[in-house]
Write a protein that binds this ligand. Sequence first.
Ligand code: FAD
Ligand code: UQ1
Length: 414
Amino acid sequence: RLNCELLVLGGGAGGCSVASKFASKLDKNHVIIVEPSEIHYYQPMLTLVGGGIKKVSDAARPMRNVLPSGAHWVKDSAISFEPTNNIVRTKEGISISYDYLLVALGLELRFDLVEGLQEALANPDSGVSSNYSPHFAERTFENLKKFDKGNAIFTFPNTPVKCAGAPQKACYISEDYLRKHGKRENANVMYKTSLPVIFGVKHYADALNELCKRRNIDVGLRQELIEIDVGKKEAIFCNLDKKDDTFEIPYTMLHVTPPMSAPESLRNDKILSDETGFLNVDKMTLQHPKFPNIFGIGDCTNLPTSKTAAAVAAQNRVVFNNITHVMRGEEPRAIYDGYTSCPLVTGYGSCILAEFDYELQPLETFPIDQRKESAIMYYLKKDIMPSLYWFGLLKGFWNGPEVFRKLFHFGAPK
Ligand code: FAD
Ligand code: UQ1
């Protein structure tokens, strides 16, 4: 049995960043982090790994080196909650009691929910890959190198996902690769999404639709990948507007964005999570509506915004301030505006930086038209963001670009 002042579940982007802020403030061993993984991946880099721009080893660091030394790391998984007694139980049977709890469990990739997908990924010659997993991202690039002719298909599932732009980034980078290597004429590039639009924010969707038209990318809306026939190399889709209507398409390469769900421990818990299984939090304060000593951050929450590390950056200051207020017996008063961001890499050397809020209104940092493809944004994503993540966000120093936005816009309303 362990006890602490602040218990943090998950040592990913959100958990590590908030734990770092508190570890330098509270006495040693007053912060416990429960995290099962030996390796911490900088997931946004996996998109570049899929395009052969970075190696998967560039995206990995030992967990021990990234978690704050002022916190106590319990290498274990949280499995159940007892919020009325302020206790969390772990897989190894440890009970941890806390004064304050931060839930930062991320989300689960559900490769099991598409028939044949696990079998396909287990076979390096299947032509199937996924940038969403560090184990299968390099395979996207292998498949591009092997590609001779046929269909290159990129999918988006019928569930909430993290980084809703990543499925199309894989498509754009691959299309550019095929073009640059003289294979484009023999390729049909298809983007198949379960969504009714290419991107949820109209401001950017207009630019992306235009891009797909110009580059001859065949966009299929409301189409969900439900099965892969590995032997025949066929992807089976269903038309979401006519449920019984399924159709198969042969592929040479298939990039799958798997269905995703809330972490199992939250899905099983009916007190802390909502009906979708994600942690219930107030969308402005990030505090749990029933338990004032519980807060959430990042992908595991039911915040109605796009799940990204950029959102976590904007949330971590709000969570830190509000937990501090509650520790002092005050009401939480820091407010999150839903800021999220997605650098939509459109090829080798170009990127559209989408940034928006809860209202799906653009909330752009730079005083330029960010809908336009830009080389600067590409280098920001490729060369600056990794350091911002490892040395800024994870250490608790980076709270998102709000200060720069205000500076660049000279105090204008946004
Ligand atoms: P995570 O960082 O995923 O951390 C969750 C942690 O919880 C993990 O370390 C996990 O091991 C741990 N955990 C799981 N189960 C348990 C348990 N039972 N007990 C304890 N710990 C547990 N974001 C951007 O901002 N920009 C991008 O360009 C971008 N691109 C992306 C591209 C790809 C391919 C992917 C996969 C993601 C991308 N993201 C991007 C999204 C970003 O990585 C996530 O939104 C971010 O990591 C969320 O942080 P988190 O702390 O909520 O979850
Ligand atoms: C960001 O803060 C962040 O987290 C470190 C990301 O994840 C890698 C991002 O992709 C983006 C775009 C931001 C926002 C930062 C700026 C400078 C616009």
